[in-house]
Design a binder for this molecule. Structure first.
Ligand SMILES: Cc1cc2nc3c(=O)[nH]c(=O)nc-3n(C[C@H](O)[C@H](O)[C@H](O)COP(=O)(O)OP(=O)(O)OC[C@H]3O[C@@H](n4cnc5c(N)ncnc54)[C@H](O)[C@@H]3O)c2cc1C
Length: 399
């Protein structure tokens, strides 16, 4: 068992920490304005991050899922929104390039867009009415055959970096399909006719992800834009849960690290009048910090191990439950660390523009970000008790 980072992983981590230090200088402004961190995306683009995890056979840098996890933990410490939104690119590009269900032509096109043209691709599967609380999520957005291509109509929601990305990969229901599990993956360019953005992302945290609403009104795309059409899209989604869902865990781990570091800095530098020592010497502070350090380290190890399992064993049941466990534990750690840090920082830390105030709000989304904590526990419980999900009753009365 080797817990050390390889030289390549350590170099990648250092590079990402340097980028994060730069992004941190503009993070509060983007958070306040709810603006796209375009210059951060450009920097990541220049530094080759669009192709970081693209397999070498497609011309990418070929870093694995654990490498990606280490990188995004570091990036998340600077500007959490930048890391979370930019991760959307890898979270949809990697499944497409890795899946045997995607044609060689579609893979080549995506690889060329990403590696050669350095195009950034967002992903939008969510819709206003979807919820994972009741199991499968039906798709209201439809794609249908049209003269010389396809037309997509529907309302999507929560599309991170929508206006900044060159394309958005959308999940839609193919017209004429007969089963509810059918789905089509459609690549929509920024300028496609019938594509409108409703800029409604004025939210509590991760504000600079600008996860706006996407309205598709008979939006036209050509044949090549249909990357996948299947009667059972669940296979594709489940096989790449590491990218679709697991890749966000590292960003929130980064938020936990940033909040912890900020707490340490505050406690080491605040020296109350009439005392010769900083607040770090207070026994209650020391005890709280000690507890948080244990929680943070546990979250990091559990996350790294889930990523290592994903790289070495693929999408087994063991890997999937490990990814859920990691997301759950990181969610708990972020909530605890940001809460305690805000409390110990006191009223000095709650002003707008304070790093701690922003990390508290960004961190508040950790347990909500898919897969949400309750959803993780639901699946972990089934796995631990060897229960077959097909045997479960619906949680509420169906119509
Ligand atoms: C910052 C941010 C960025 C995002 N970016 C994108 C994006 O770029 N593209 C995109 O497509 N989507 C994106 N999303 C949306 C996301 O993927 C979800 O689909 C979306 O949030 C819809 O689900 P919901 O949050 O309403 O939660 P729901 O699924 O309705 O869940 C709400 C709550 O119900 C409980 N719950 C849910 N499922 C279960 C279960 N099975 N068992 C027990 N309890 C359960 C949990 O408490 C959960 O928090 C983003 C979300 C966030 C927060």
């Amino acid at each position: 068992m080797d817990f050390g980072l390889s030289a390549a992983q350590e170099a990648l981590r250092r590079r990402c920490l340097d980028l994060a230090a730069d992004f941190a200088t503009r993070s509060a402004a983007h958070d306040r304005d709810g603006s796209h961190p375009i210059e951060n995306y450009d920097r990541l683009r220049e530094e080759g991050f669009l192709a970081l995890s693209v397999p070498r056979k497609f011309g990418g840098a070929g870093y694995g899922f654990l490498d990606h996890t280490i990188a995004y933990e570091a990036l998340g410490q600077g500007c959490p929104s930048t890391a979370l939104a930019f991760n959307m690119h890898a979270s949809v590009v990697n499944p497409v390039l890795e899946s045997p269900e995607i044609s060689a032509d579609a893979k080549r096109m995506i690889a060329d867009y990403v590696v050669r043209d350095r195009r950034m691709i967002g992903g939008n599967f969510s819709e206003p009415s979807t919820t994972s609380l009741v199991g499968e999520r039906p798709l209201a957005t439809r794609v249908r055959r049209a003269d010389g291509g396809w037309r997509v109509t529907g309302r999507k929601m929560f599309a991170s970096m929508l206006e900044a990305a060159d394309h958005v990969m959308v999940l839609a229901y193919p017209d004429g399909a007969t089963v509810s599990s059918a789905g089509a993956l459609v690549l929509i360019p920024r300028g496609a006719p019938g594509r409108v953005v409703n800029a409604n992302w004025d939210v509590l945290g991760m504000r600079a992800t600008r996860s706006d609403q996407l309205i598709l009104d008979d939006c036209f795309v050509d044949d090549a834009a249909i990357l996948l059409r299947t009667d059972d899209v669940r296979k594709f989604r489940y096989a790449y849960l590491n990218w679709f869902w697991g890749s966000y865990t590292a960003v929130y781990l980064g938020v936990a690290v940033a909040a912890y570091d900020e707490l340490i800095r505050m406690m080491q530098t605040r020296q109350p009048e009439g005392y010769a020592q900083s607040l770090a010497w207070h026994p209650d502070v020391r005890r709280q910090v000690a507890q948080l350090s244990a929680e943070l380290e546990a979250a990091r190890l559990i996350t790294y191990r889930s990523a290592w399992l994903s790289d070495t064993k693929g999408p087994t049941a063991e890997t999937t439950v490990a990814l859920y466990r990691a997301k759950f534990v990181v969610g708990e750690a972020v909530s605890r660390i940001t809460r305690v840090a805000l409390t110990l920082g006191g009223a000095h830390g709650i002003f707008k523009g304070s790093r701690m105030e922003q990390l508290f709000r960004d961190g508040a989304l950790a347990e909500i970000q898919p897969p949400p904590s309750d959803f993780c526990l639901w699946n972990m419980g089934l796995y631990e008790l060897s229960l077959d999900p097909a045997e479960m009753l619906p949680p509420m009365k169906p119509v």
